[in-house]
Design a protein around this ligand. Structure first.
Ligand SMILES: Nc1ncnc2c1ncn2[C@@H]1O[C@H](COP(=O)(O)OP(=O)(O)OP(=O)(O)O)[C@@H](O)[C@H]1O
Ligand SMILES: [Mg+2]
Length: 439
C-alpha cells in the first residue's frame, strides 16, 4: 500500500501542528491587544507629563527678565532624557527646551494633541490663549521594544509546548491504542490452525465491531473446516470395513480360480481394492492431521520412533535406508503417533519416488532437525510449490494418491514446525530432500 501511516505519528504531528498554529494565532491576537493597551498607557503618561510641565514652563517664561529668547532648561543632574520637550510660541519660535531636546524631531509649527512621526510620538498642549505651546516627544523605539518583548515572552512557551505536545500526544495515543496493538499481536502470533475466538471485550468501543466481525468469520471458518474434516474422517472410516471385507473375499476367490485370464482380472480388482483401501487410510490420516492434536502434553524422544519406522520400512526395501541418528535423546512436544505418520510418509515417498539404485538418507540431528534425502530426477520449482496440495503428484508412473505430503505438512504445521521441500537435494545435482525444522 502506498500510504500506510502510523496513526500515532499522524496524530502526533497533526495535533502538535494544530496546537502550534492556534498558539501562534493566540500570540498574534494578544500581542495586538497588548500593544493597543500599552499605547494607551504610554499616551496617557505622555499627556500627563505635558500637563505637569506646562505650568512650570509658562511661569518660567513669563518670569524671564529679558523677554523672549530660547533657553535650555538646566538639568539638575547629568542624565539621558527619555521624554524631551519644546516650548514655542504660535509661530514656532523656541522659548524653552529640555536639555536633550532635538528640535528636528518636532514639526516647524507647534501642534496640539497627539501626533506621530516615523520615530516619535508627540503630544502638544497650549497655554496663555494659544500663545505658548508645549510639546513632549517620546521615542517610538521604546514602545516597539516593549511590544517585541511582550510578543517574545508569549512565544517562549512554544519551545516547551512543541516537544511536550508531541510526547503527550504520542503517549496518549500509545496508551489508548495499547489494547488494539495487543489485539493485533494476538492475531499475528496465532498459528494458521488456531481458529479460537479473539478477545474482544478489552478493545476500545470503536474497534469492537472489527473483533466481532473477525470472530464471526473465524467461527464460520471453523465450522466449515470441521464439517469437511468430519465428513472425510467419517467416510474414510465407514469405507474401511467393507473394503477390507471385499479385499479378503477377492483374495480367497483368487486362490480358487484356475483360469489364467479370470485370475488376471481378479488380480486387477484386488489391486484396485488395495489402492482404495490405502486411499481411505490416507484420507483418515489427513483428517486427523488437519484436526490438530499434533502436539502432546509431554516431551517424547524421537530417536526410537524414527528407528522403529525406518526398520519397518527397511523390510520393504532391504539395504536402501541409511539412517544417521544422535546418541542422545531428541525430545520434542510433537505427538509420537503424528511424528510416526509424518516420518513414514516422507520415507515411503523417498523409497517410492526416488532412484531405486540409490540409498535413502534419513538423518535426525541433535537439535531436532529431520532430513530425508534421496536421489532421482529433479522436480521443477513450480511443481515443488504445489506438491503439498492434496492429490497433487508430479510423477504418475508410481502408484499413490498424492496425499502423503499434504499429511506431512498438516502435521508439521499443527506441531508448530516447518516442512521444507527441496529439489535438487542439498549437495547434489539431482534428487529430492524434505527437511523438518522446529521453528
Ligand atoms: N522423495 C521424493 N522424491 C521424488 N519425488 C517425490 C518425493 N516425495 C514426493 N515426491 C513427489 O511429490 C508427489 C506428491 O507426494 P505425496 O506423498 O503427496 O503423494 P504420493 O506419494 O504420490 O501418494 P501418497 O503418498 O498419497 O501415496 C509425488 O507424487 C511425487 O511426484
Ligand atoms: Mg507419498
Amino acid at each position: 500500500m502506498a500510504t500506510r501511516n502510523s496513526l500515532q505519528k499522524t496524530l502526533g504531528i497533526g495535533l502538535t501542528l494544530g496546537v502550534t498554529l492556534l498558539w501562534l494565532l493566540g500570540v498574534t491576537a494578544s500581542g495586538l491587544v497588548a500593544q493597543h493597551e500599552m499605547d494607551e498607557v504610554f499616551d496617557s503618561a505622555l499627556e500627563e507629563t505635558a500637563q505637569r510641565i506646562l505650568p512650570l514652563a509658562v511661569t518660567d517664561i513669563l518670569n524671564r527678565e529679558n523677554g523672549n529668547g530660547s533657553q535650555r532648561a538646566p538639568a539638575l543632574k547629568d542624565h539621558d532624557e527619555y521624554l524631551t520637550y519644546l516650548v514655542r510660541d504660535a509661530q514656532g519660535n523656541l522659548l524653552l527646551r529640555s536639555h536633550d531636546a532635538n528640535p528636528e524631531v518636532f514639526g516647524t509649527t507647534p501642534k496640539e494633541g497627539f501626533s506621530s512621526t516615523p520615530t516619535h510620538r508627540l503630544y502638544g498642549v497650549s497655554a496663555v490663549s494659544n500663545t505658548i505651546f508645549l510639546e513632549v516627544a517620546e521615542p517610538l523605539a521604546h514602545r516597539r521594544e516593549s511590544a517585541l518583548e511582550a510578543g517574545l515572552a508569549l512565544l517562549f512557551p512554544l519551545i516547551v509546548l512543541v516537544p511536550v505536545s508531541l510526547m503527550g500526544v504520542w503517549w496518549i495515543v500509545r496508551l489508548s491504542l495499547r489494547r488494539v496493538v495487543d489485539f493485533q499481536r494476538g492475531i499475528e502470533s496465532r498459528g494458521a490452525g488456531d481458529l479460537s475466538p479473539v478477545a474482544e471485550d478489552k478493545l476500545p468501543r470503536e474497534f469492537q465491531p472489527i473483533a466481532v466481525a473477525v470472530n464471526r468469520l473465524l467461527d464460520r471458518l471453523h465450522r466449515a473446516l470441521e464439517s469437511e474434516r468430519s465428513f472425510t474422517a467419517n467416510s474414510a472410516h465407514e469405507l474401511r470395513t467393507p473394503l477390507a471385507t471385499a479385499l479378503a473375499k477377492v483374495q480367497r476367490l483368487k486362490i480358487r480360480i484356475s483360469d489364467d485370464q479370470v485370475k488376471k482380472d481378479v488380480t486387477e480388482i484386488e489391486e484396485a481394492l488395495r489402492s482404495l483401501s490405502m486411499l481411505s487410510g490416507k484420507l483418515l490420516e489427513l483428517a486427523k492431521a488437519e484436526g490438530g492434536g499434533a502436539l502432546s502434553q509431554n516431551q517424547h524422544d524421537l530417536v526410537p520412533i524414527l528407528a522403529m519406522i525406518a526398520s519397518d520400512l527397511e523390510e520393504q526395501a532391504p539395504g536402501r535406508i541409511v539412517t544417521s541418528m544422535p546418541e542422545n535423546e531428541v525430545n520434542s512436544f510433537i505427538d509420537p503417533d503424528a511424528f510416526a505418520i509424518l516420518v513414514r510418509n516422507l520415507i515411503e515417498n523417498a523409497l517410492k519416488h526416488g532412484s531405486p539404485n540409490e540409498p535413502v538418507e534419513v538423518s535426525l540431528c541433535e537439535d531436532g532437525r529431520l532430513i530425508v534425502r534421496n536421489g532421482g530426477h529433479t522436480i521443477s520449482p513450480e511443481q515443488l510449490k504445489l506438491l503439498r496440495n492434496r492429490f497433487e503428484r508430479s510423477n504418475t508412473n508410481t502408484s499413490g494418491s498424492g496425499l502423503g505430503l499434504a499429511i506431512a505438512d498438516a502435521i508439521a504445521e499443527g506441531a508448530g514446525m516447518t516442512l521444507y521441500l527441496r529439489s535438487p537435494a542439498t549437495g547434489r545435482q539431482d534428487g529430492f530432500e524434505a527437511e523438518l525444522v522446529a521453528e
